[in-house]
Design a protein around this ligand. Sequence first.
Ligand code: FES
Length: 350
Amino acid sequence: MADCPLIASRKGFYHELKAGRRYAWCSCGRSKRQPFCDGAHQGTGFEPVIFTAERDEEVIFCGCKHSGTAPFCDGAHNNLPGGYAEDDPDSAANQAIAAVTADPGGRAMLDGGLCVVAPGGVAPRAAGSLTWRALVTPAHGARFQSCFHLTCAPGTSPVVAAGGRHSVLYCLDGEGSVTISGRPFAARAQTGLYVMPDEAFAIAADRPMTFYLWQGPGGEALDLLDAMPGNFDASHPDRAEEIAPDQRQAMAARYFQLLVDARHGSTVMTQFQGNIPLSKAEPHRHLYEEILVVLDGQGMVWGEALKTPIGPGDVLFLPAKAVHSLQCLSPEGLNLVGVIYPGNNPAINY
Ligand code: FES
C-alpha cells in the first residue's frame, strides 16, 4: 500500500531530455539515483513514471515527489512543511558578496547577466501623449522579452503595435481605458492586460496614467502605427485581469496572483503580482526569463558574487538559468509584478 512519498529534494532537478529516450522518474523518493528510479520502490506500492521523450527539451523534474504535474516540478516544494527555502543573509558566504550601485544611467549590473534598472535614469522618448523608456531589451542581454515604462498624458495615446510580439501591460496608476485592436477595456491600478501578436493598443485617459509593458520576443523600441487596426481576436475576449485577494496562491508565507495567462490567450508569457515577506530566498534558478517591477517595499537582489538594493519602481532582469535570490528588507513585505517567458507557473524553480 502506497504511503506518502519521501522528499528526495526540496528543489527540482534540471535535466536535458533527449528525443526518443526512455525515462523512469522515481515517484517514491527512495532512489539513490534521483530523479530516476533505481528499483528501491519495491514493496512500497509506488511505481516509477515511465515515458519516452518526444523531443530534445530542458525540463525540471520534481524532486520533492509532491508535484501535481509529475514527473515535472509544479512548485509544490515551496509549500512543504518547513516553509519556503530561505537563506541567511548574514552567513559568512553571503557577507563576502559585494554590493554594487547603479551607474549614471540608472543600471546596476550583477554577475550572471542580472541587472536592476531605475526608470528615472533612462532617457525618455515621446510621441503624442505617450512618453516611454526602454528599460530591458536584447541590448541588455534579454533573449525572450523587453520591458518598457510608459506614461500617458491626458488624451489618447498613439497606437502601439505588438509588431508580431506578445504584449503584456500592467497599469501602475491612473484610470482610463486600453483599446486593443478596436475593443476597449477598462484599466486602473493593478490591472494586467494582454495584446496578441498581430493586434495593437492605445491608451485613453482624462488624467495621467503609468504602465509597464513587456513585449516578447523582445525588441529595442516601440512600433507605432498611424491607425488602430480592427483585428481583435475574439477567440479570447477576456484580456484584462484585476488584482483580487481571493485569487492568491500561497507559497508558504509568500503569495502570488496570476494576472495575464492562458485564460487570456497568452500561451508563452505569464504575468503575476506577488508578495515576499521579510526574508531572503535560498539562491535558485528558473528555466524562464523573468522581468520584475518593484511596486513597494525595500529589498536586495543577490547574484552569486554581487548584490544591489532595490526599491519601488526598480526593474529586475533575471536571465534564464541565472542564480539569484531576492531579499525583502521591509517588515510590511516586498510587492512585485512580473512576467515570465516562456512559462506558465512562477513557482517552478531549481
Ligand atoms: S525507486 Fe522510487 S519509484 Fe522506483
